[in-house]
Design a protein around this ligand. Structure first.
Ligand SMILES: [Zn+2]
Length: 253
């Protein structure tokens, strides 16, 4: 079946001298995998080799479930060239692509994730945008959209309020990827898989929740970085491998 979709290129691999296999995140068809026959030749119908991050309208023939589709045409509308000029922004952008590639399944539509990636890349391309805060917001919203993250305000085990409460001195809070949420000190003992959560994370989570509710407030770099590391830990536990771009985009994980 022939389809036309808004799409962002997440990943390309060379298949032969003249073709690539490209993964796109589309607005209405989830992630699609297509072969771009002859695309590396000049004047091909798709107009030359595809680059990561390029965004536009694609026409493709869908494959049967689990099989490659075929790219017929790609008309680039956004090149995201501003973010290609600065390494930290480019690394963050490619990290966003990796997250979308890992977390959105083939043929599983997530229009909200497409919008999130489109907006996140555009924001990263703005010269004055705070890279770590843009990434933190993107990761958090993405995980929530694909159902891998809950409210992060209460203990997932006993329900006790955590994020909005002043934490008593000496009380430690943990995060469990398996349970997908925060654990209070009374409940953490029974979980083997967990990591300690800092005050920066807890304070930053309140800021993110406020932003989602439409009350914008700045997310300081230290909080954004702490959140990015926690969410990268969660994502890599969920997919069962480490994220290739995480060390470049957010530092040590
Ligand atoms: Zn608890």
């Amino acid at each position: 079946m022939r389809r036309k979709e808004d799409a962002i290129c997440l990943r390309t691999t060379d298949y032969s001298e003249t073709s690539q296999i490209a993964h796109f995140l589309t607005r209405d068809s989830g992630q699609v995998r297509v072969i771009t026959k002859g695309v590396k030749r000049k004047k091909s119908s798709a107009g030359g080799a595809l680059d990561l991050l390029c965004e536009g309208e694609m026409v493709f023939i869908t494959g049967s479930p689990g099989k490659l589709g075929t790219l017929v045409e790609f008309c680039e509308t956004v090149s995201h060239s501003p973010l290609r000029r600065e390494a930290s922004r480019l690394n963050a952008g490619v990290y966003m692509l990796e997250l979308a590639h890992e977390l959105v399944a083939e043929s599983d539509p997530h229009p909200a994730v497409f919008e999130l990636l489109h907006n996140g890349l555009a924001r990263l391309g703005q010269k004055d945008s705070p890279v770590q805060a843009v990434l933190a917001y993107f990761q958090w919203r993405l995980l929530r959209n694909v159902g891998l993250m809950g409210e992060m305000t209460n203990c997932v085990s006993c329900g006790r309020a955590i994020a909005s409460q002043p934490r008593p001195r000496g009380m430690e809070i943990f995060f469990s990827s398996k349970l997908g949420g925060l654990l209070c000190d009374a409940c953490e003992g029974s979980e083997l898989e967990k990591c300690r959560v800092s005050n920066d994370v807890l304070t930053g989570l309140v800021v993110l929740a406020q932003a989602q509710a439409g009350r914008k407030s700045a997310l300081p770099d230290s909080q954004a970085q702490a959140i990015n590391r926690l969410l990268a830990y969660h994502t890599s536990r969920q997919i069962g491998r480490s994220l290739r771009m995480a060390p470049y985009a957010i530092g040590h994980t």
